[in-house]
Design a protein around this ligand. Structure first.
Ligand code: PEP
Ligand code: MG
Length: 894
């Protein structure tokens, strides 16, 4: 960095597009300042400064002078000096990264108070109580976040004073009591740090700034970033802002507002307000709030101004905004705004509302929703019935239907989940330390706090079911139980059900039904009908537009007629992968495959093939019928051998026991010898796919014949079958050529016999790295490629796809080696590079080569964008991911 670097910007100097530099909060404060809205003055220290600090272990040299310059300007604007004993300026020091990380990093309020300025504040505000309350808040927040003192020590000391007074409410404490609390807090600071609470206001501010920088690397922030895939080196900005006070009396207060309902998308006034309270009280859910509309009765002017500003913000941002505000003695101040988080349902509804209001077009509406949100809308919902008993109703904070065993701490949630249990995390309220438990749980239930409480905000962001503010429940986390209004006691491990769409809570398991969106895909709901709900209508409009703009086709991976038909209803344009080995896993057929593989001589083998062929043909007939007029890519057999052969150990035991009983079984003995002979240490790298086709004579020919005969029969019945034949696990063109020759011979025979022309495309999977690297040659013998990114990932990384996720991936994720499993989301740099090389070389050799992908990545949003970028023709994914892939393919094209 050169000496000319600007590390600090006044709120009037930035704008909403500077999130990377000023963080989301700073950029939006600047935007609001420049819109002329009532924002308290302040300045933002850049994310560059944070990165410098984290890298060098200290702030850049010029920062101090730049902060002084801006502080002086702030003091001038406010007509006060930081910490002035007679009339102190106080500031808040808040974090604010480019990507929203609610509650993950630190904030310190009331900076500038000390033993002297607390008197000045009392005199100016005309309230001793207010001043001492502000001072105790400063020591508490500063002690915890800056000085790293266990927050419970302060909570306990505060509770002790209340206990001595025989009260539970903070509001019963007068100025003298709070002065006493301050004394106790200062003693804690001295005791824990060996020094007095810093009295120098500037030192307080500088320490708070550094603490915000440090909080970028707090445990919870690291976990949150990993989960949300936020880059770990982005850093946070720091906003220093003149304090305004919502705790000056009943003519003051603080609140949170949304320009539309973030739960449903409905238009109206949504938010919470808390009189005589400061900053974090609302979000922390510590006291119960009133609905925002009540502010009209409390303070009509402030309410009117807020409504007017909300309207302006929404048309300015062309989106739902959430807002934090404070009323100080009837004067409204805007503390924050941003494009607000919302539920999946609200995202779809709001996007189409904004189209109807002329604020955005349909392209933008498609960009505003995600495949993950659509997937959430496809979750099942609770229905009446079952034996569950309703206990209470809380607030519907984040939709979904969660069933699990009640646990009462974040640690238990994680522990139970790791041993395979589904849990619901029950807390009085959550705080940022509960993050890992919230991730582990199916859903979250709290007894306190509104829709803007920590639990609600974080759960919505994660797409996790949440019911909050279920006030009738008495939650005792220490005793690991809660008590319902009817006296029912629910303990750790008892199964409960919570409905995040209605706020209802049950003891026991409530049955579930498919979502309305799934019923729409199934054709059971008409999106145009008058009584169709807004979510279905919006999904229909947005998906229809995504279909119009996308370039990628979407096919499905389906092995049965039922799955094929369902996927077609969900919008699939064909089958991209029909895994024929799945057709052989039924117990009757499995035996036949076993006979085929272990056959002793041609006759035995032929008998097995003859028995299998009609079964195969029937499978194909039904799938071709379900996908009439659309391509069906049938992959020839690709079983790892061990999936079809008897288990070696089990068989050995059986043989040994029989011998011990003196009744040796000849059949089993022969079988054991054969299984031993074929046993593989690495079956996934063994005799599978094309290798099996080359080694077991007649096997692939039988499958090709079944495909061709089924196609002929469908044609004769007036159908339009479009089979494609796909050879798996090819690594060298010679393998493909040999199978291709055999297949073409069989096809000619069948065509001759039935008198019809059936000419399926013959192509290959690209799932062995060598195939990707020699794709130019392979394309000489293939009419299409389909990337098998499951095996391609396995073989490129050398990770066993069946083992690694359970074995050690969580440690890789913890260490940040990758942010997400490469089996879940395509590794663009490595596996993706191979896909790109193969696509380019294949197309160079054969310009009309069809390119698709049928690994699990075909339904992963990020991967779909990659496949669009490298120019594939289609993605193929499981039936339930088809709508997700359609949407993401549309988004990728915009
Ligand atoms: C693949 O490897 O990506 C693939 C689709 O084949 P399978 O998962 O059946 O090995
Ligand atoms: Mg494979």
């Amino acid at each position: 960095m050169t000496s000319a670097t600007t590390w600090v910007y006044d709120f009037s100097e930035g704008g909403r597009d500077q999130k990377d530099l000023l963080g989301g909060k700073g950029a939006n404060l600047a935007e609001m300042t420049n819109l002329g809205l009532p924002v308290p003055p302040g300045f933002t220290i850049t994310t560059d400064a944070c990165r410098y600090y984290l890298e060098h272990g200290g702030t850049p040299e010029e920062l101090d002078a730049q902060v002084t310059e801006h502080l002086t300007a702030l003091e001038k604007a406010m007509g006060k000096t930081l910490g002035d004993p007679a009339d102190p300026l106080l500031v808040s020091v808040r974090s604010g990264a480019a990507a929203s990380m609610p509650g993950m990093m630190e904030t310190v309020l009331n900076v500038g108070l000390n033993d002297e300025s607390v008197q000045g504040l009392a005199a100016q505000a005309g309230s001793e109580r207010f001043a001492w309350d502000s001072y105790r808040r400063l020591i508490q927040m500063f002690g915890k976040t800056v000085l790293d003192i266990d927050g419970e020590l302060f909570d306990d000391a505060f509770d002790a004073v209340k206990r001595e007074l025989g009260t539970e409410s903070d509001l019963d404490l007068d100025a003298d009591h709070l002065r006493d609390v301050v004394g106790r807090f200062k003693a804690i600071v001295r005791d824990r740090t060996g020094r007095d609470f810093p009295q120098d206001p500037r030192e307080q501010m500088d320490l708070a700034i550094n603490a915000v920088f440090d909080s970028w690397n707090s445990d919870r922030a690291v976990i949150y970033r990993r989960r949300e895939r936020i880059p770990s080196d982005a850093g946070t900005a720091v906003n220093v802002c003149a304090m305004v006070f919502g705790n000056l009396g009943m003519d003051s207060g603080t609140g949170v507002a949304f320009t539309r309902d973030p739960g449903s998308g409905a238009q109206g006034v949504y938010g919470d307000y808390l009189q005589n309270a400061q900053g974090e009280d609302v979000v922390a859910g510590i006291r119960n709030t009133v609905p925002l509309v009540d502010l009209e009765k409390i303070d009509a002017d402030a309410y009117g101004e807020l409504m007017e500003i909300m309207g302006r913000l929404e048309s300015h941002y062309r989106d739902l905004c959430d807002i934090e505000f404070t009323v100080e003695r009837n004067k409204l101040w805007m503390l924050q705004t941003r494009v607000g988080k919302r539920t999946a349902a609200a995202a779809f509804v709001i996007a189409t509302q904004l189209v109807d209001e002329g604020l955005i077009d349909l392209d933008e509406a498609v960009r505003r929703v995600t495949g993950d949100q659509l997937a959430q809308l496809m979750f099942p919902r609770f229905v009446a019935g079952g034996n569950a008993r309703e206990l209470t109703q809380g607030m519907n904070a984040s939709p979904g239907a969660a069933v699990g065993k009640a646990v009462f701490s974040s640690e238990e949630a994680v522990r139970w989940q790791q041993r395979g249990e589904q849990v619901v995390l029950v807390r009085r309220e959550t705080n940022p330390d509960d993050l890992s438990g919230m991730i582990a749980a199916e859903g979250v239930l709290t007894s306190r706090g509104g829709k803007t409480s920590h639990a609600a905000v974080v759960a919505r962001g994660m797409g996790k079911t949440c019911v909050c503010g279920a006030e009738e429940l008495q939650v005792d986390t220490k005793a690991k139980k809660f008590t319902a209004p009817d006296g029912t006691v629910v303990g750790e491990g008892d199964v409960i059900s919570i409905d995040g769409s209605t706020g209802r809570v049950w003891l026991g398991e409530v049955p579930v039904e498919p979502s309305a969106v799934v019923r729409y895909f199934e054709g059971e709901i008409d999106p145009g009908a008058a009584d169709t709900d807004d979510v279905v209508r919006s999904v229909h409009r947005i998906l229809t537009h995504a279909d119009r703009v996308r370039r990628l086709d979407v096919r499905t991976n389906a092995d049965t007629p039922e799955d094929s038909a369902r996927a077609r209803r969900f919008g699939a344009q064909g089958v991209g992968l029909c895994r024929t080995e799945h057709m052989f896993l039924g117990s009757d057929r499995r035996k036949l495959v076993e006979q085929l593989i272990l056959a002793d001589g041609d006759d035995e083998r032929q008998r097995a093939l003859d028995a299998l062929e009609p079964l195969q043909k029937q499978d194909f007939l039904e799938i071709f019928e379900a996908m009439d007029g659309l391509p069906v890519t049938v992959r020839l057999l690709d079983p790892p051998l061990h999936e079809f052969l008897p288990d070696l150990t089990e068989l050995s035991v059986r043989v040994a026991l029989a011998e011990e009983r003196g009744e040796p079984d000849e059949g089993n003995l022969r079988l054991l010898a054969a299984v031993r002979g074929m046993h593989e240490s690495n079956p996934m790298l063994g005799l599978r796919g094309v290798r099996l086709g080359l080694v077991v004579p007649g096997l692939f020919a039988m499958q090709v014949r079944a495909i061709a005969e089924a196609a002929c029969e469908r044609k004769q019945a007036g159908g339009d079958p479009r089979p494609e034949i796909m050879i798996p696990l090819v690594g060298a063109v010679q393998e493909l050529e040999a199978i291709r020759e055999e297949a073409q011979r069989v096809l000619e025979e069948v065509c001759r016999d039935c008198g019809l022309d059936v000419q399926p495309l013959i192509g290959t999977m690209i799932e062995v790295p060598r195939a990707a690297l020699t794709a130019g040659e392979i394309a000489g013998s293939a009419e299409f490629f389909s990337f098998g990114t499951n095996d391609l990932t396995q073989m490129t990384w050398g990770f066993s796809r069946d083992d690694v996720e359970a074995a050690f991936f969580h440690q890789y994720l913890d260490k940040g080696i990758f942010g997400i499993s490469p089996f879940e989301s395509l590794d663009r740099d490595g596996v993706g590079r191979l896909v790109q090389i193969a696509a380019e070389a294949g197309r160079a050799a054969r310009p009309d080569l069809k390119l698709g992908i049928c690994g699990e990545h075909g339904g992963d949003p990020d991967s779909v964008h990659f496949f669009h970028e490298v120019g594939l023709d289609y993605v193929s994914c499981s039936p339930f991911r088809v709508p997700v892939a359609r949407l993401e393919a549309g988004r990728a094209a915009l």
